[in-house]
Design a protein around this ligand. Structure first.
Ligand code: HEM
Length: 462
C-alpha cells in the first residue's frame, strides 16, 4: 500500500509502452518532477523503484548499504552470465570475488609504478598512431576501445594484444553486438515476456555470442595453465589459478567456470566505460579550445622536462583534474547504474519497499542535479574548482556509484583517464574538423552511453 507512487501500468507491458526508450533519461526526469525523488515503474509485470538525486542515493546505497546491495536475478543479463563473475552475483560468490579482485588489482600495481608503466606503454601505441595521422582527422572510437581493452588485459593476463589480434578483435566485436541487443527492444521483450524466452528470436544471438566469448577466454586460461609457474603470477588469471590450487576441490566458489565469468566481467566492465568517457572528453576538449589550452599550459608547467607524466602529478594539476572530473560528469557513462535489488523489506523516504524489488539508481539524475552543480548544463571545469582555483570534489560526483557495490575498477579507471588525457594533450592539439558541422553532444542512450560518432582532428604541438 505504501509502495512508491508512479504511472499506472497496463497489463503485460507495465509502463514500457509509455516510455520512450531512446530518450529514457528525459522521461525519467519528467516522472521525477511528477512523482518525486523515489517513484515506481513496471517493467512488464515486474515493479521497479527509481531513485533520484544525491540525498536519496546516499540514503539507499550508503546508509542502507547492505539492504540495497542485491542484484535482480531473472533478467536476460543474468541468464547470459549464468551466475558467474562479480558484477551480477550475490552472496559468497560475489563477496569472495570482489575481495579477490580488489586485492589482486592492488598487488598488480594500482598505486604503484608498475601499473602506470603498463598504461603508459599502451598509450605509446595511441601516440604513434596519432603522430602518423597528424594534420588529419581520425575516427577515435575503435582506437580508444582497443586501448582500454588492452589495459585490462595487462592486468588479467600480464600481456597486451596487437590491435590486429584475433582474440582482441573477436571479443570487441561480440561485445558490441551484445551491447546493441541489450540496449534495444529485444532485451526488454525478453525481460518482460518469459514465455517467449526459448523461441528463436533475435535475442538468442546474445547467448551465442556469450558462448563464443567464454570459449575464447577459456583458450586463454588453458594457455595460462600450461605456461604458468605457481607462485610467480603474471596477472590476475595466474593469481586465480594459484588460489584454486590452494583451496583444493572443496566447495569453494573458485573454479574454472567462475574464473571465465570473472574475466569476462572485468574485461567488459572496464572497456566500454573507460573508452566512452574518453570519447566524451575529447569531444568537449575539441569544441572548448579555451579549456584545452588551459590544461595544456598547466601540463607543460608541471611536467617541464620530465619524460612522462605520472599519476602523482595530478596533485599539482588542479585545473586538469577538474577538467577530467567534469568530462566524467557530462559523459554520464552508466546513467542508470547497474540495477540493484533490495535484500530485505525496507523503508526509504517514507515508502515501503519489499525484499527482492528491482532498484534503478538513476546516477544521471545526480550528475545533472541542478541544486548540486554551479553549471549543471554546461561543460565547465569550474564545477570542480573553488574560489581559490583548488580542485574540490562535490558529493554529487557519483559516476562510479556508491556503497558496497561501487565500481571496483575506480582506481584503475582514474589512473587511465589521467595518464591518457595528460599524455595526449601534452603532445597534440585536438581540433574540431572544419567540415564537421555543429557539434552534437547528445549521447546515444544505453547501459553505457557514448557520443555520436565524430572525427578527432589531430595536430602536433611540440
Ligand atoms: C570511467 C570508467 C568506469 C565507470 C564510469 C564505471 C562505473 C561503474 C558503475 C556505475 C558500476 C555499478 C556500481 C553499482 O552497482 O552500484 C560499476 C561496477 C563495476 N565496475 Fe566499473 N566503471 C568504470 C571502470 C571500470 C574498470 C576499469 C573496471 C575494471 C577493473 C571496472 C569494474 C567494475 C566491476 C567489476 C563492477 C561490479 C562491482 C560489483 O558489483 O561489486 N569498472 N562500475
Amino acid at each position: 500500500n505504501n509502495f512508491p507512487p508512479g504511472p499506472r501500468p497496463i497489463p503485460i507491458f507495465g509502463n514500457l509502452l509509455q516510455l520512450n526508450l531512446v530518450d529514457l533519461l528525459n522521461d525519467f526526469k519528467k516522472l521525477s518532477e511528477r512523482y518525486g525523488k523515489v517513484y515506481s515503474i513496471y517493467i512488464g509485470r515486474m515493479p521497479a523503484v527509481v531513485l533520484n538525486g544525491v540525498q536519496v542515493m546516499k540514503e539507499a546505497l550508503a546508509t542502507q548499504a547492505v539492504v540495497f546491495a542485491g542484484r535482480p536475478q531473472d533478467l536476460m543479463i543474468n541468464h547470459l552470465v549464468e551466475g558467474t563473475g562479480v558484477v551480477l552475483t550475490t552472496g559468497p560468490i560475489w563477496k569472495e570475488h570482489r575481495r579477490f579482485a580488489l586485492i589482486t588489482l592492488r598487488n598488480f600495481g594500482l598505486g604503484k609504478r608498475s601499473m602506470e608503466e603498463r598504461i603508459l606503454g599502451e598509450i605509446s601505441y595511441i601516440t604513434s598512431h596519432l603522430e602518423k595521422n597528424a594534420g588529419k582527422a581520425i575516427e577515435p572510437q575503435i582506437l580508444f576501445h582497443k586501448v582500454a581493452f588492452n589495459i585490462i588485459c595487462c592486468v588479467l593476463f600480464g600481456t597486451r594484444f596487437k590491435h590486429e589480434d584475433e582474440f582482441l578483435q573477436l571479443n570487441i566485436r561480440l561485445f558490441e553486438e551484445n551491447a546493441k541487443i541489450f540496449n534495444g527492444p529485444w532485451a526488454m521483450i525478453y525481460d518482460m515476456l518469459p514465455l517467449l524466452r526459448h523461441l528463436p528470436l533475435p535475442f538468442q544471438k546474445v547467448f551465442q555470442n556469450g558462448n563464443k566469448m567464454r570459449k575464447s577466454l577459456g583458450e586463454q586460461v588453458s594457455q595460462h595453465k600450461k605456461s604458468r609457474v605457481p607462485g610467480e603470477p603474471r596477472g590476475l588469471t595466474d593469481c586465480y589459478l594459484d588460489e584454486m590450487e590452494k583451496r583444493g576441490d572443496d566447495d569453494s566458489s573458485f573454479n574454472e567456470k567462475q574464473l571465465i565469468g570473472f574475466l569476462l566481467d572485468l574485461l567488459f566492465a572496464g572497456t566500454d566505460t573507460t573508452s566512452n568517457t574518453l570519447l566524451f572528453a575529447f569531444l568537449h576538449l575539441m569544441t572548448h579550445p579555451d579549456v584545452q589550452g588551459r590544461c595544456q599550459k598547466e601540463i607543460d608547467e608541471v611536467l617541464g622536462e620530465k619524460e612522462q607524466a605520472s599519476f602523482e602529478d595530478r596533485h599539482m594539476m588542479p585545473y586538469t583534474q577538474a577538467m577530467i572530473h567534469e568530462a566524467q560528469r557530462v559523459a554520464d557513462t552508466v546513467p542508470l547504474n547497474v540495477f540493484h535489488a533490495t535484500t530485505k523489506d525496507t523503508r526509504l523516504m517514507g515508502y515501503d519497499i519489499p525484499k527482492g524489488t528491482l532498484i534503478i539508481p538513476n546516477l544521471s539524475s545526480v550528475l545533472n542535479e541542478e541544486s548540486q552543480w554551479k553549471f549543471p548544463h554546461d561543460f565547465n571545469p569550474s564545477n570542480f574548482l573553488n574560489d581559490q582555483g583548488e580542485f574540490v570534489k562535490p558529493e554529487a560526483f557519483m559516476p562510479f556509484s556508491a556503497g558496497p557495490r561501487m565500481c571496483l575498477g575506480e582506481g584503475l579507471a582514474r589512473m587511465e583517464l589521467f595518464l591518457i588525457l595528460v599524455t595526449l594533450l601534452r603532445r597534440f592539439k585536438f581540433v574540431w574538423p572544419d567540415d564537421a558541422g555543429v557539434p552534437d553532444y547528445t549521447p546515444i542512450f544505453g547501459i553505457t552511453q557514448r557520443p555520436k560518432p565524430y572525427r578527432l582532428g589531430v595536430r602536433l604541438r611540440l
